[in-house]
Write a protein that binds this ligand. Structure first.
Ligand code: FAD
Length: 438
């Protein structure tokens, strides 16, 4: 049975992504033109798609792999995030010890892979093994990070509790009452990283950028149409994350949140001195509705906060301007020693979420595979899900595949408008609970 889907939602750039637009422009894109064929079609060149395409090419060196991306690599969520390649979960679920272990194996394998890629291919992305701090600005936040540290000790993961003075010395700002430092996380410039990963793809991967898939014919093979061409392959791997329902799958199980970042100009020497601290760093907030911060190797400060439910996958200029005000407020509260520093960029990016934080891995149809729904931590999870789905699709019996299979599938969502009301209420609660962590 063949079926044709015309996509009703496509990624489009709004020229706001600071990580991307502070890089030099890339060489011209190779656009998909005319009728093409491949052995494998991978859709979406974020962390999952780059991981899947690379692993397919390694496992099947004589096959041609086509990786089709709607925009330039780095303009999607993979190039818009806060740049934490995270190893440890934000919370430890003591009822799921086996799953915790599987998750740690997976994300550490992803970190090792990214580490190797950065080193081997000399990817200039400010890759930094500085770890991260879960920082708390309130008493409630302190209780949350102490519980987090306890959870880590139960799974034998080393963590260092920091008091207010230790966090001030490390970060410069005296906004925080304390933190938990863990060493495994890597920090980086995400648009530079994904661009570097794309440049380093094996010779048997053809990367087509600025080539949005606008229609798909599903049958014994899959034919994907783009504005200037089409590609037919016996198998497709979907790594399209928040845009997946437009491909005709999982519309009743996945929903989209947006979160937002702002980036300053580089601090000058006097500002670096006024800030203090001990080099580059990254802070994850104690509470879900709180503010993530980075101080980068090129001396910029990133603020990320505000989470919105955006079913239409588009945030207007007026909403973005209001969110920027939230970022300015968070910045001024934490960095009174930098009164002349403002933001050069403010942007939003999509997160693909499921109700039970389940993940989509494996087969969606006879010849359609997927690595989807990274629930907002896709740098490591997306990378490894992409690599694992390539192993699964080529029949490799690997530890990655066995570990991925331990995670639950997404549950059915309530119908709209109940979904809309529920998600908005939960986000409002998280924001309210965050208080001064925001
Ligand atoms: C502001 C922000 C901060 C974040 N911080 C972090 C963080 O610090 N650490 C972390 O781990 N995660 C973070 N995330 C989440 C992380 O960015 C995502 O989980 C990750 O990008 C998911 O990777 P992916 O490859 O699965 O999907 P994506 O990166 O979303 O890639 C999907 C790709 O598919 C392409 N695509 C979609 N439709 C089509 C089509 N029709 N045709 C062709 N191509 C198509 C898109 O253009 C996109 O490039 C953050 C996200 C945001 C927005």
């Amino acid at each position: 049975m063949s079926r044709r889907i015309t996509l009703d939602r496509l990624p489009r750039d709004d020229r706001t992504n600071g990580w991307y637009y502070t890089l030099l422009p890339p060489p011209p894109a190779r656009v998909l033109e005319g009728e093409q064929t491949a052995d494998w079609l991978v859709v979406g060149a974020g962390f999952a798609g780059l991981g899947a395409a690379r692993r397919l090419a390694e496992l099947r060196p004589n096959d041609r792999v086509a990786l089709v991306e709607a925009q330039r690599v780095g303009l999607g969520a993979a190039g818009r995030n806060s740049g934490f390649a995270i190893d440890l979960p934000h919370g430890v679920d003591m009822n799921q010890i086996e799953r915790n272990r599987a998750q740690l194996r997976l994300v550490r394998s992803a970190l090792e892979h990214l580490d190797t890629m950065v080193t081997t291919h000399q990817i200039a992305c400010q890759w930094s093994r500085r770890g991260k701090i879960h920082a708390a600005a309130t008493d409630a936040g302190m209780r949350q990070i102490e519980a987090f540290a306890q959870g880590l000790s139960l799974i034998d993961e080393p963590a260092t509790l920091m008091d207010a003075e230790a966090t001030r010395r490390y970060l410069g700002t005296s906004y925080y009452k304390g933190g938990v430092y863990t060493a495994g996380c890597a920090l980086m410039q995400p648009a530079a990283l994904v661009r570097g990963l794309a440049r380093a793809l094996p010779m048997n991967v053809d990367l087509y950028e600025d080539s949005p898939v606008v229609a798909v014919d599903y049958g014994t093979s899959v034919r994907a149409e783009t504005p200037k061409g089409a590609i037919t392959a016996p198998r497709m791997v979907l790594c399209s994350e928040a845009f997946t329902p437009a491909f005709g799958f999982l519309g009743d199980k996945l929903f989209t949140l947006y979160t937002f970042g702002s980036l300053t100009r580089p601090l000058d020497d006097a500002e670096v001195k006024a800030l203090g601290g001990e080099g580059d760093w990254g802070i994850i907030p104690a509470s879900r509705g709180g503010t993530t911060l980075r101080y980068t190797q090129d001396r910029r400060i990133l603020v990320r906060n505000v989470v919105r439910y955006v079913p239409g996958l588009h945030v207007g200029d007026a909403a973005l301007a209001r969110i920027r005000e939230d970022h300015v407020h968070a910045f001024r509260a934490r960095f009174p020693m930098l009164p002349d520093v403002g933001f050069d960029y403010t942007w939003g990016g999509s997160l693909c979420i499921s109700k039970n934080r389940g993940t989509v891995f494996g087969k969606l149809a006879d010849n359609v595979f997927a690595a989807l729904c990274q629930n907002g931590v896709g740098v490591t999870k997306g990378t490894i899900a992409g690599r694992a789905v390539a192993e699964y699709a080529t029949g490799l019996d690997s530890q990655h595949v066995a570990d991925m299979m331990l995670f639950p599938e997404p549950e059915l969502l309530p119908n709209r408008p109940f979904l809309d009301v529920g998600v908005r209420a939960e986000l409002a609660m998280a924001r309210w609970h965050a208080g001064a962590e925001h």
